[in-house]
Design a binder for this molecule. Sequence first.
Ligand code: SI3
Length: 310
Amino acid sequence: MAFPKKKLRGLVAATITPMTENGEINFPVIGRYVDYLVKEQGVKNIFVNGTTGEGLSLSLSERRRVAEEWVTQGRNKLDQVVIHVGALSLKESQELAQHAAEIGADGIAVIAPFFFKSQNKDALISFLREVAAAAPALPFYYYHIPSLTGVKIRAEELLNGIQDKIPTFQGLKFSDTDLLDFGQCVDQNHHRQFALLFGVDEQLLSALIMGATGAVGSTYNYLGKKTNQMLEAFERKDFTTALNYQFCVQRFINYVIKLGFGVSQTKAIMTLVSGIPMGPPRLPLQKATQEFTANAEAKLKSLDFLSLPG
Ligand SMILES: CC(=O)N[C@@H]([C@@H](O)[C@H](O)[C@H](O)CO)[C@@H](O)CC(=O)C(=O)O
């Protein structure tokens, strides 16, 4: 099994899929986006075609091309590129998994199918196993995001014995606020064999204390540097400083959540902070309002989060 030399750790940016005003994917800006993440945010791992990347709103061919572009542009710059290959159709998911292996991605992740939902852990594992088997040399991550999939099977239940069923299982992306469930995933991970990546950016410090080995999130696109400072303070056991960083990030996220925050708003904020045009989201999402962008900009400035690239 060609597993990565290094375990996936630290911050992973859930990448945005840049689009033109006409709704096509803006491939040419992806190279600049990679440089921005690495040089300005200190983030060298990415999670492509997930929630923030509107993966489920793209066609299969778009998903393949987006994955290819990130892998190509990230070569010798990024540490790991994980591609989300979840889909409602098992066949499509397998096709994307195979494709991720062919293009040299470092891992694949899958969400629970959310139209016909698995009724229990075994049914869900059967689906995940079939996808993982399509890319037998790639590390496999389960993407737990019950608020969007509606699949409430607890992650700690799923993890129990999973490697016997899915030998390539490498870890979990846990996008939920249930720290009891997350804690029990950590508790099972005796040998620290799995990457347990937390996905609620505003609560990351609590998850680190609980034992998260890293984090995947949308805000690491533009608050990666700040969050890395929090990780550094945490590593040196300076919890007061770490908490100050977390509070600072929370002040921003709390503010935008009250205005209405999701992928569209993430695109607007990233455009503002990075100077790279992320464009509008694809329907059914609607573009962030100018009022949102103006308010977010004022808040970013007041928190000293807005410095020009370079
Ligand atoms: C529901 C949602 O989009 N959650 C985000 C968070 O990063 C989230 O934007 C952040 O915690 C702010 O609430 C990530 O977990 C999603 C993610 O990693 C992805 O795009 O795949």
